[in-house]
Design a protein around this ligand. Structure first.
Ligand code: AMP
Length: 427
């Protein structure tokens, strides 16, 4: 056989990785461009750090007992047998860079943002990929709750600029080095009491990282009466949290306190938050998340520096926009004008033109088809209402208004058609 004629098996993307094809890349660029505009309004500058970092960095920053470090890192050895990782998140690399480049000594506050790919070997599913793009910010050197409030406002503005307004902001405080150890002791006692009922992950991590049990999806019902961080905050953490809530309210930002919100990364202190799409679209995944991490710079070898930040998943934002668009187009506002017989043509045409001039989406065949085939077309065009004009209607000056969704029908005088449609379409 001629080997030239043999086709090679095509090579596919690695599991969980995906191409951003030409149509989609424009959407990604649009989101990134909008985010950059918002960052600039809030006084943030861009930083770009390498995709590859030493494994130690993430083990130290994110925590040995987190899902990311335990199960999800893409780790490889270089030729010198050094362990390297494809970054699973952005904050650790940014902090490493600031310390390495001495940037924290130059001014009191440093406000940075990043945009780029992150890698986590999670089980692939919709909204959960092994390579995904995050947009994030880090605000260093400001311990005030105003920086937390600004960060939350910043994420909401970025989402809004991307076209997502209906979101729920979930908020909690998980305390600091002073109050958390005492709280964790109490939590551990509680978990030990429940130990036989808990999942293997929770049992394994209980001693090393009891807080993680609180956001375990498998055990959430069993742990609903576990002690909550919020009830064990020290005076400083409580006052920080109270001021944050006040600032958010003053800025008109709505939020929900979710007392078992702890986040999957160990570096957080005090404020943690997650932003979800509002329930109607049914997505269970957070669009963005973040919080304060006052100890991380120090833990990675820098001067003690308070900090707060967030990260948003670009693919999740795009999925959400697509779902909202689908929903909006599913609720059609179109009106089909059906004419029965030659004499009704003129009135139907006049009605259709009038509706179009007044901003309605209107359609009609006007070529003497049977009512049945006109209704079939209305259905195909996903119209919401149909106005039927026939001999009777012309004689008595009304149109038959049929609701194509629930198939109800009523008579509406010609001069009240616009009002009737506006009411029913809620416009
Ligand atoms: P995290 O870094 O875990 O706090 O996540 C912050 C945001 O990044 C999430 O709210 C998601 O929007 C996004 N994200 C995290 N993990 C993934 C993933 N595996 N696939 C897609 N987006 C993700």
């Amino acid at each position: 056989m001629n080997p030239v004629s043999q086709r090679e098996t095509p090579i596919q993307t690695v599991r969980g990785m995906h191409d951003i094809l030409p149509g989609k890349s424009a959407d990604v660029i649009r989101i990134e461009t909008k985010a950059r505009e918002v960052f600039s309004r809030f006084g943030y500058q861009e930083i770009r750090t390498p995709v590859l970092e030493s494994t130690d960095l993430f083990e130290r920053a994110i925590g040995q007992t987190t899902d990311i470090v335990e199960k999800e890192m893409f780790t490889l050895k270089d030729r010198g047998e050094r362990s390297l990782c494809l970054r699973p998140e952005g904050t650790a690399g940014v902090v490493r860079s600031l310390i390495e480049n001495g940037l924290l000594n130059q001014s009191a506050a440093v406000k940075l943002f990043y945009v780029g790919p992150m890698f986590r070997a999670e089980r692939p599913q919709k909204g959960r990929y092994r390579e995904f793009i995050q947009i994030g910010s880090e605000y260093f050197g400001n311990a005030s709750p105003a920086a937390d409030a600004e960060t939350i406002h910043l994420v909401l503005e970025i989402l809004r600029s991307a076209g997502i307004e209906s979101v729920e902001t979930r908020l909690n405080s998980i305390g600091c080095g002073e109050c958390r150890p005492k709280y964790l002791e109490q939590l551990l006692q509680f978990l030990k009491g429940k130990s036989p009922e808990l999942c293997r992950d929770c049992q394994n991590r209980m001693e090393r990282n009891p807080l993680r049990a609180l956001d375990c999806k498998e055990d959430s019902a069993k742990l609903s009466d576990a002690p909550k961080p919020q009830d064990h905050l020290c005076e400083n953490c409580r006052s920080h949290f109270e001021t944050l809530k006040k600032l958010l309210r003053a800025a008109g930002i709505q939020f929900e306190i979710v007392s078992n919100l702890v986040r999957g990364l160990d570096y957080y202190t005090r404020t943690v938050f997650e932003i979800y799409p509002l329930e109607k679209t049914g997505s269970q995944d957070a669009l963005a998340a973040g919080g304060r991490y006052d100890k991380l710079v120090e833990e990675l070898g820098g001067e003690p520096t308070p900090a707060v930040g967030f990260a948003l998943g670009v693919e999740r934002v795009l999925n959400q926009i697509a779902e909202e668009k689908e929903e909006a187009s599913a609720v059609s506002k179109g009106i089909f004008v059906a004419a029965m017989g030659e004499p009704a043509m003129e009135k139907s045409f006049q009605l259709m033109s009038q509706l179009r001039s007044r901003g309605f989406t209107a359609e009609g065949t006007l070529n003497q088809q049977s009512l049945k085939s006109q209704m079939r077309l209305a259905d195909k065009l996903a119209m919401r209402f149909c106005l039927i004009i026939g001999e009777n209607e012309l004689k008595e000056n009304f149109a038959t208004l049929r609701d194509l969704k629930n198939q109800s029908q009523e008579k509406v005088p010609f001069d009240q058609i616009e009002t009737a449609l506006k009411q029913r379409l809620e416009i």
